[in-house]
Design a protein around this ligand. Structure first.
Ligand code: ZN
Length: 53
């Protein structure tokens, strides 16, 4: 099954994976952490509504 990496957008053969590689997974997690930190600073009322994009 062809999947698109959620981090770099590259097509890869996968099944349940959302990332083409472990480094993309780790990069994506750190992106989310950074965005969450920024979101908390700018919008403290919505910390409960973080979605797993
Ligand atoms: Zn990737």
């Amino acid at each position: 099954m062809k999947m698109l990496c959620k981090h770099c957008g590259k097509a890869f053969e996968g099944n349940t994976e959302k990332f083409c590689s472990d480094s993309c997974f780790k990069s994506h997690i750190s992106d989310i952490s950074r965005r969450s930190a920024e979101a908390v600073e700018g919008d403290p009322g919505h910390t409960q509504n973080l979605s797993e994009d």
